[in-house]
Design a protein around this ligand. Structure first.
Ligand code: MG
Length: 395
């Protein structure tokens, strides 16, 4: 995240008690392809590089179910829901106020098949509008009926089916929810709360698969779509390697973290050998050249450049190709500095840059037993492996 990027939080509303769902568990915890319904959208947000904070509103009775569904993911603290959906969202928003995000994405836990592109569509629209929601145009003719007989045909032009996540500038939607609470009006989605407050809310493309699971039949449909999605994807592994030579200095930068040392690293950029190796691993997985072809060392723009720029570019390329980074494993090879004390900070920074929970970021270090150039303390080498999930090239 550069200074100019807005800080974005996602709020997943999972406190509801579905009336039309007949399963033994609340629908947001029902099994969908081996994992709870809620888990699917939790992961989509947790792995999205433009979302920094993730919070879930739950029903207090569901705490054990929620703990199991969110295990291993980096999710901020959960919030207890209120009597209505609107009340739950307001509580969630108020709990986020202390972290002061700029933008908020409010999502229904019962929509497990949210695609990362839909999040991007909403966030892009928020650069211009107060609010934005994904929606699909109504294509069926709409009938009004009474006692099984048609009374009227409704005009379908200009009608849209609203989905989530619904995105807003935080200060605007907080104010709108406070106003709706005062008026006591019951509104069925957050866009309606925003509309009632006079905010401009844009319609952006939703996705056919982004259905709201309401019945057991919806769950079966979602399962079929998920199976189709998995068949259209492939796992790819990319590797990267880089070396930088020591020179005069008192610190090195590894994984974007400054580490005091008896020397610095020489290079055209900030010489962050770790980020260079990871950038090349991502580019390798995409088959998209190497760091030098994207950022030629001959270009004066990259002199002393912050290497997070290179990594962000590679992360964006993965995103644009419809891919997800699933795991990154880094090995630093040097006699010094000692990495152990800085490992957690490095993993945290990498997690931030890659949009990954720390359980999917590995930082290891080794020496070469005083053999070779790393053994003589002439420089640092780094190796990285990145695992990517990508749309199948031949699909
Ligand atoms: Mg390099």
């Amino acid at each position: 995240m550069s200074a100019a990027d807005p800080k974005t939080a996602a709020l997943i509303v999972a406190a509801g008690r579905g009336q039309r769902f007949t399963g033994s568990l609340p629908k947001q915890y029902a099994d969908l392809a081996g994992r709870p319904v809620l888990r699917h959208s939790l992961e989509t947000f947790a792995y999205h590089p433009r979302v920094q904070d993730l919070r879930v509103v739950i029903h207090p009775d569901d705490l054990p179910l929620y703990r199991a569904a969110s295990k291993g993911l980096e999710v901020g603290k959960h919030v207890a829901g209120g009597d209505s959906r609107q009340d739950s969202v307001r509580r969630g928003l108020e709990s986020l106020a202390e972290d002061a995000p700029d933008l908020i994405l409010i999502h229904d836990a019962a929509r497990p098949l949210l695609a990362p592109e839909v999040i991007d569509n909403v966030l892009d629209a928020l650069e211009i509008h107060s609010g934005a929601i994904p929606a699909l145009p109504v294509v069926d003719t709409l009938k009004r009926g009474h006692d099984g007989l048609i009374t009227d045909t409704a005009a379908r032009q200009d009608l849209w089916r609203a989905q989530t996540p619904q995105g807003f500038h935080v200060t605007d939607i907080l104010r709108a929810h406070a106003a709706a609470r005062t008026s006591g009006e019951a509104l069925t989605d957050d866009a309606a709360v925003a509309e009632a407050a006079g905010l401009g809310v844009a319609l952006v493309p939703g996705n056919r698969e982004n259905i709201k699971v309401t019945t057991q039949e919806d769950l079966e449909t979602a399962e079929l779509w998920l199976a189709g999605r998995a068949a259209d994807r492939e796992t790819r592994v990319g590797q990267g390697f880089d070396v930088h030579r020591f020179g005069p200095g008192s610190a090195v930068i590894l994984c974007g973290v400054k580490i005091p040392h008896s020397a610095g690293l020489k290079g055209h950029s900030d010489a962050d050998v770790a980020l260079h190796a990871i950038t090349d691993a991502l580019l390798g997985g995409l088959g998209a050249g190497d760091i030098g072809s994207h950022f030629p060392p001959s270009d004066p723009r990259w002199r002393n450049a912050d290497s997070t720029i290179f990594l962000r570019h590679a992360v964006e390329l993965v995103q644009r190709s419809g891919g997800q980074i699933r795991h990154v494993d880094l090995t630093l090879i040097c006699e010094g500095p000692k990495i152990g004390a800085h490992r957690d900070a490095m993993r945290a920074r990498l997690g931030e840059l890659l949009g990954l929970p720390q359980t999917r970021v590995s930082v290891k270090a080794t020496t070469t037993e005083r053999l070779g150039f790393t053994g003589r303390g002439e420089g640092i080498a780094a190796q990285a492996i990145a695992t990517l999930s990508l749309p199948r090239a031949d699909a």
